[in-house]
Design a binder for this molecule. Structure first.
Ligand code: DOR
Ligand code: ZN
Length: 339
């Protein structure tokens, strides 16, 4: 049994770092593990201009400290401008743009109401090689919340991938067997990120002895068969699948509420959680590809030079970090980062 594993330093290809006090609290946790992270733009107001993104990047660098590179994204609205996207991409401010269907999740009210509204923007992104990051859920009230990802593939994503054959598309935080299959079958310009919670939890976790707000994120965790399919994809070694924590902190009062916010703060022990999953599935030798190689290859970026060593035996996750309850609070993942 391997008790130590050394990998290239990983990157997080999907994270919410927030702003203000929360940014100060959470950024160091992401920076402690990851060399780079794709930073989500769903602030209030959303990050829609190059100037906003550039200023936000400066605040992140100040909060995270040396040795961490935030990769910024543009929040797409119905009014998204191809020129603004191209300018930000050319100035190396924006690495990618994020599609939130309006109303799908936290701070998505300014999101896209109909994919046809951003057609010209997508054509421009395809032309300049700027990846589209997709929150893949429909929002119609007639669609069951557990089916929203699978229905999104049929109603939106399949035709999008067909109509933009050269657009790089990341299907973010996949949660279903349909999504894992869609990405596996798609051309190489389509990839997916996978969170620790969607590898570890099924929907029973939401109701384990009572209502569990700290297991609630969007897309919501699904049935066991879906968890197993997503997990098989993650540990398969297929280069289309890579690490994206979707760490999304909310203060405890906003989670433990009559209308609790979606999102788990998993940044503090993210790589430890992934290591546990790969270990349980006998795939520790594939952790490095998932965490440190596949993402850079997809984005066309270099892999990190530094190494990270993980050793067996995790520490207990604290009950609180500031006013936030971290993912796994009170328990331990099977691995820890060697100092
Ligand atoms: O659970 C989630 N939280 N899913 C999202 O898509 C957004 C995120 C947030 O920003 O809180
Ligand atoms: Zn997210």
């Amino acid at each position: 049994m391997t008790d130590t594993i050394t990998i290239r330093r990983p990157d997080d290809w999907h994270v919410h770092l927030r702003d203000g006090e929360m940014l100060q609290l959470v950024a160091p946790y992401t920076a402690r593990q990851f060399a780079r992270a794709i930073v989500m733009p769903n602030l209030v107001p959303p990050v829609t201009t190059v100037e906003q993104a550039s200023a936000y990047r400066d605040r992140i660098v100040a909060a995270a400290g040396e040795g961490f590179t935030p990769l910024m994204t543009c929040y797409l609205t119905d009014k998204a401008s191809g020129d603004e996207l191209a300018r930000g991409h050319a100035e190396r401010v924006w690495v990618a743009a994020k599609l939130y269907p309006a109303g799908a999740t936290t701070n998505s009210d300014s999101g896209v109401t109909d994919i046809r509204n951003i057609w010209a923007a997508l054509e421009r992104m395809q032309a300049i090689g700027m990846p589209l990051l997709v929150h893949g859920e429909v929002t119609s009230h007639d669609v069951d919340v557990f089916d929203r990802e699978a229905v999104f593939i049929d109603r939106v994503l399949a035709s999008l991938v067909h109509d933009f054959p050269d657009l790089k598309v990341v299907f973010e935080h996949i949660t279903t067997k349909q999504a894992a299959q869609f990405v596996a079958d798609a051309p190489a310009n389509v990839g997916a990120t996978i969170t620790p919670q969607h590898l570890m939890l099924n929907r029973n976790a939401l109701f384990q002895g009572g209502l569990r707000p700290h297991a609630y994120c969007l897309p919501v965790v699904k049935r066991e068969e879906h968890r197993l399919a997503v997990r098989a994809a993650a540990v398969s070694g297929n280069p289309k699948f890579f690490l994206g924590t979707d760490s999304a902190p909310h203060v405890v009062g906003a989670k433990e509420s009559s209308c609790g916010c979606a999102g788990l703060f998993n940044a503090p022990f993210a790589i430890e959680a992934y290591a546990q999953v790969f270990d349980e599935d006998g795939a520790l030798d594939r952790l490095e590809a998932f965490a440190s190689l596949n993402g850079p290859a997809f984005y066309g970026l270099p892999i990190n030079d530094e190494l990270m060593t993980l050793v067996r035996g995790g520490e207990i996750v604290p009950d609180r970090i500031g006013e936030v309850v971290p993912y796994g609070a009170g328990s331990a993942f099977g691995w820890r980062i060697q100092d």
